[in-house]
Every structure is written in C-alpha cells, then in structure tokens.
Design a protein around this ligand. Structure first.
Ligand code: ZN
Length: 160
C-alpha cells in the first residue's frame, strides 16, 4: 500500500532546524498517526510522503511557506505591563492567550521591560526551514469515522 489521499499513516520522525538541533522527534515514543490529505501535518511533509510505501525512509527539507509559515511582523507587539494585571512575575517564554480580531491567539513573551512587554503570536516554528527524517511504519485505509472527522484515531493519533 502507498500513501495517497485518505490513507492513515503511522510514522517515526525526527525534525531538525537549520543548525541541526532536534526540534521534535517520535523516537522512544509511539509513532505519529495522521491522515493524508487533511492538513493533519504541514503541507510540505504531506507532499514529501505522497506515494511512499511502508518501510520507506524519507528525508525532506521544508521551507517556511510549506511549513509553519513566515514570521508575520504584525503578530509581534509591545503591550503595556498593565495588560498583565494579576500576573505576579512576567518572564520571557511564558505563554498567554490573547484576544485578537481573529479570535483568541496564543502568544509567547519575548521581552520584558519596565513599562512594556513584547509578545509574539507567531507559531514557534514560523520562519524556520525544517529538516525531516521520516520512516513510514504502516499505512492503512481510514475508517468511516476517521473519514467523517478528517483525522486519524488511535495510539499516536487523535483522542476524544
Ligand atoms: Zn475524531
């Protein structure tokens, strides 16, 4: 069986950034389960895996446009410290949910100053070229339930 639209794929993966640092990996864990063609994973990786078979090892370099997108400057904002009323200590790396015109967005604090705090609403991997090492462990047809949900169920997949 090969990976085509609607197949449920089980895979082991390691992803590194341009510096060679491991950003994420399934090593030592259950393989990741996803459903091809439903944007369960980034588009560049779906494209690299299309047509592959069980046991195939795939290396793919994925540019930001096919990954988590480019960094959007407008999503980096300076807000007054008073916006965090009730929060005792503010530190770089803390995550908050902020309200925007497009609904709630997750932001991370990137700078803390006397009067102002800089927050970044970009995906942590935005702007990064990603280097994937993937091993295709298993491929199967999606169940009817998975088809109606648009994602894979089971260990390594979506839980309800
Ligand atoms: Zn589901």
């Amino acid at each position: 069986m090969t990976i085509t639209q609607n197949k449920v794929v089980s895979m082991h993966y390691t992803v590194k950034n341009d510096s060679g640092d491991v950003i994420d990996s399934s090593a030592g864990k259950d393989p990741l389960l996803y459903m091809q063609g439903h944007r369960n994973i980034i588009p560049g990786l779906e494209a690299a895996l299309e047509g592959k078979s069980t046991g195939d090892k795939v290396q793919a370099t994925i540019e930001p446009q096919q990954g988590y997108g480019e960094v959007i400057e407008e999503l980096i904002q300076e807000v007054p410290r008073s916006a965090f009323e009730g929060v005792e200590t503010l530190e770089v790396g803390m995550n908050f949910q902020a309200q925007s015109d497009q609904g709630p967005v997750n932001v991370v604090i990137t700078k803390v100053e006397e009067e102002a705090v800089t927050v970044d609403g970009n995906h942590p991997l935005a702007g990064q070229t990603l280097h994937f090492d993937v091993e295709v462990m298993d491929i199967r047809d999606a169940t009817e339930e998975e088809m109606s949900h648009g994602h894979a169920h089971g260990v390594g997949g979506h839980h309800h």
